[in-house]
Design a protein around this ligand. Structure first.
Ligand SMILES: CC(=O)SCCNC(=O)CCNC(=O)[C@H](O)C(C)(C)COP(=O)(O)OP(=O)(O)OC[C@H]1O[C@@H](n2cnc3c(N)ncnc32)[C@H](O)[C@@H]1OP(=O)(O)O
Ligand SMILES: O=CC(=O)O
Ligand SMILES: [Mg+2]
Length: 571
């Protein structure tokens, strides 16, 4: 089988001489190439690594096959085919089945906060007043070895209720409140390797490391203290086909068997955030029917996926990124269909993330941002979403109020908002080309945001505030693929750039000017110390690549892998 670069190829780039390597007590066939740390050793125990290796050995060929199927589908779309409902699974779509009952612990999910697994943020998120906290190893996290391992330490302490954090500069100690949000964990997507852990000579599958370590250490405490007998709970990202959901279902079943807990204890919400998956919602729920607790509209990756899926279709160019919102017909259709599908199958239909965040130094702009968030959430709850995402604790009271005022005292809308009208949504509705202008400012903004995001990601930060909006891996992907698409098809710009065609020369000039602007904005010192030049190289290369890279972070991952030599500590 041939796989594209990054699908479990050897991606290691940096080797650190004289580091700490080794030291971990590993089972046969497992090699840890990340830095040794006493705290990490409590996560990377022999038992935990055996558990992860067991998952990898059982499922690696299934994952490789699923990735190969993704590539085959990509080739079909690139030759002109369109995604659509699969005639072979019509019986699943038409059938009258429902998913297992929603666990009482998570019946009410009206506001969910999301964020990276950073220690202070984990405490803040759990204390935020949201019903759920989705701790993110994915879009919001740069998967450095340190971030991943500290993330596991933080989650273990959170589940045990012992997590604390001291901010010495501010003389403040962070601890958990009595009432905390229910914890969901989002492992990485199937495509990402974990190149600091080798299993039988191959990099580990990233999401099985995230899932396996977290599950192994926390399932018992979580079920007792948080899940009322259920759990742990997960969010599953970036799937394209129900065969990928089947692998997750089998992973869950195996994990439950291995530790001797009831089938259906683990529950997961799948993000519908790729265009092909919008035609597979029933099929995905069906595969996970014993382990499902709904679907979520991952709107940012979904927009990215629209461009990616149609990379070979010059008639489907996106307008400026800021114009592709939930008001576009294809976006509204997908959210409506998701609500109808979930409620028909008895599970939550979760809304997505508004990108606005509080603006501290400008009350007027802050109010305007808050109004946009409220408007977005009102549309979601009126459409029938059972809950939604918040990027920042400051938004939770307003979002909670919008949902509470529109849910007539029930914890969710599963039984009351059936949205049968959405049964008539067609393939054409889901694929309708988004409308709007393409401007030079759009190209500039994509470039400015994309470079700054990659610069942050390379230094270990996976979600950042940029121009008063939340930016993470999914939003940065839109900037990248939109630039690529406009360059590839030499689009003619509207607005200020009227009549100008996007080509390499124009893009080169834009990159140069935007780098100067970034330097002005962040200041010369930060610019020099940061990774802006490296980020610019990576981002510009990806925007101008003859063949579109599958993922921004897959290619950039090479730059954050740091291998330590083996052998005992020299200290
Ligand atoms: C497309 C998708 O996948 S969406 C899901 C993935 N993306 C995310 O999860 C983004 C989550 N949000 C964030 O990371 C942050 O809110 C950002 C980067 C957007 C903004 O961060 P900042 O500018 O640092 O926020 P700000 O300075 O206003 O933070 C104020 C306080 O709120 C806390 N805070 C902000 N966002 C969060 C969060 N999501 N979770 C927990 N705490 C948070 C900060 O830690 C800080 O706490 P402190 O006062 O105790 O020091
Ligand atoms: O993960 C969420 C998204 O919008 O992407
Ligand atoms: Mg996403």
């Amino acid at each position: 089988m041939a796989f594209s670069m990054g699908y479990y190829g050897d991606t290691a780039m940096k080797k650190v001489p004289g580091g700490f390597g080794g030291g971990y007590d590993v089972p046969e066939g497992v090699d840890i190439r990340g830095r040794y740390d006493e705290e990490y050793a409590k996560i990377l125990t022999k038992d935990a690594l055996m558990f992860v290796a067991g998952l990898q050995r059982e499922f690696r060929n299934h994952v490789k096959y699923a990735m190969e199927c993704r590539n085959e589908a990509k080739m079909r779309y690139n030759s002109g085919a369109l995604p659509g409902f699969d005639p072979a699974t019509k019986n699943v779509r038409d059938g009258d089945w429902i998913c297992a009952e929603v666990p009482p612990a998570v019946a009410d999910r009206r506001v969910e906060i999301t964020g990276p697994t950073e220690r202070k943020m984990v405490i803040n998120a759990l204390n935020s007043g949201a019903k759920v906290f989705m701790a993110d190893f994915e879009d919001a996290l740069s998967p450095t070895w340190e971030n991943l391992m500290k993330g596991q330490v933080n989650l273990k302490d959170a589940v045990n209720g012992t997590i604390s954090f001291e901010d010495k500069a501010r003389n403040r100690v962070y601890k958990l409140n009595d009432q905390i949000a229910k914890l969901f964990v989002r492992p990485r997507g199937w495509h990402l390797p974990e190149s600091h852990i080798y299993i039988d000579g191959e990099p580990a599958i990233g999401c099985l490391v995230d899932f396996g370590l977290y599950f192994h250490h926390n399932h018992a405490a979580f079920r007792k203290t948080q899940g009322q007998g259920y759990g742990p709970f997960f969010y599953l990202p970036k799937m394209e086909n129900s065969r990928e959901a089947r692998i997750w279902n089998n992973v869950f079943t195996r994990a439950e068997k291995m530790v001797g807990i009831e089938n259906g204890s683990i529950r997961a919400t799948v993000l519908i955030e790729t265009l092909p998956a919008a035609f597979q919602m029933d099929e995905i729920l069906y595969e996970l029917r014993d382990h499902s607790v709904g679907l979520n509209c991952g709107r940012w990756d979904y927009i990215f996926s629209y461009v990616k899926t149609f990379q070979g279709h010059p008639d489907r160019l996106l307008p400026d990124r800021v114009l592709v919102g939930m008001g576009q017909h294809f976006m509204r259709s997908y959210s409506d269909l998701l609500i109808r599908t979930c409620h028909r199958r008895g599970v939550h239909a979760m809304g997505g993330m508004a990108a606005q965040i509080p603006i501290r130094d400008d009350p007027e702009a802050n109010n305007a941002a808050l109004e946009l968030v409220k408007k977005d959430k009102l549309r979601e709850v009126r459409a029938g979403h059972d809950g939604t995402w918040a990027a920042h604790p400051g938004l939770i009271p307003a979002i909670m109020e919008v949902f509470t005022n529109n849910m007539s005292n029930s914890p969710n809308l599963i039984k009351t908002m059936k949205r049968e009208d959405a049964a008539s949504i067609t393939e054409e509705d889901l694929l309708q080309i988004p409308r709007g202008v393409r401007t030079l400012e759009g190209l500039r903004l994509n470039t400015r945001v994309g470079i700054q995001y990659v610069a942050a990601w390379l230094t270990g930060t996976g979600s950042v505030p940029l121009y008063n909006l939340m930016e993470d891996a999914a939003t940065a992907e839109i900037s990248r693929v939109q630039n690529w698409q406009w360059l590839k098809y030499g689009v003619e710009l509207d607005g200020d750039g009227l009549g100008v065609k996007v080509n390499r020369e124009l893009f080169g000039k834009v990159v140069e000017e935007e780098m100067m602007r970034i330097e002005r904005e962040v200041g010369r010192d930060k610019f020099k110390k940061g990774m802006y030049k490296e980020a610019c190289k990576i981002f510009a290369r990806q925007c101008t690549a003859p063949v579109l890279d599958d993922f921004l972070t897959l290619n950039a991952y090479n730059h954050i892998v740091v291998h330590y030599p083996k052998g005992p500590s020299k200290l």
